[in-house]
Write a new protein. Structure first.
Length: 131
């Protein structure tokens, strides 16, 4: 979220719907948040912008159009530069993402594919994505 849109993190999850929400195209418009002590909570929302293009959503958030849930690997640089900030209330987080790699058999796996899988595992280990 662009710091110009919201000055500080939210105090409660239900405040999310006070802001324009940008979403990837999907039928179910809800986010699941997890808290170590409280558990899970689902927040339903009504998006201002829906797109299948995650880069459009990212650019729109950077420009201050609204808020969105985006992969940490995509916004890491923006967070470090202060052009985006995390606004979820203290202790609430989006669950980790998981990426599945499918292939027919370990025996027929090409060395280049094995290198790609190893590379992705190292890069994703730096983020909230689990491979």
């Amino acid at each position: 979220m662009n710091p110009k849109l919201i000055g500080e993190p939210l105090r409660e999850l239900n405040q999310i719907n006070h802001y324009p929400i940008l979403s990837w195209a999907k039928l179910n418009h809800s986010w699941v948040f997890e808290h170590q002590e409280i558990g899970s909570q689902v927040v339903n929302y009504y998006p201002k912008l829906i797109s299948e293009n995650i880069y459009l959503i990212h650019k729109s958030v950077v420009e201050g159009v609204g808020i969105a849930v985006l992969p940490e690997v995509l916004v890491r640089k923006d967070l470090k530069q202060g052009t985006l900030q995390i606004i979820s209330p203290n202790g609430w987080k989006i669950p980790k993402w998981m990426v599945h790699v499918a292939y027919s058999s370990r025996h027929s796996l090409q060395p280049s594919a094995r290198l790609l899988i190893d590379f992705l595992a190292v890069k994703f280990a730096e983020s909230d994505i689990v491979i």
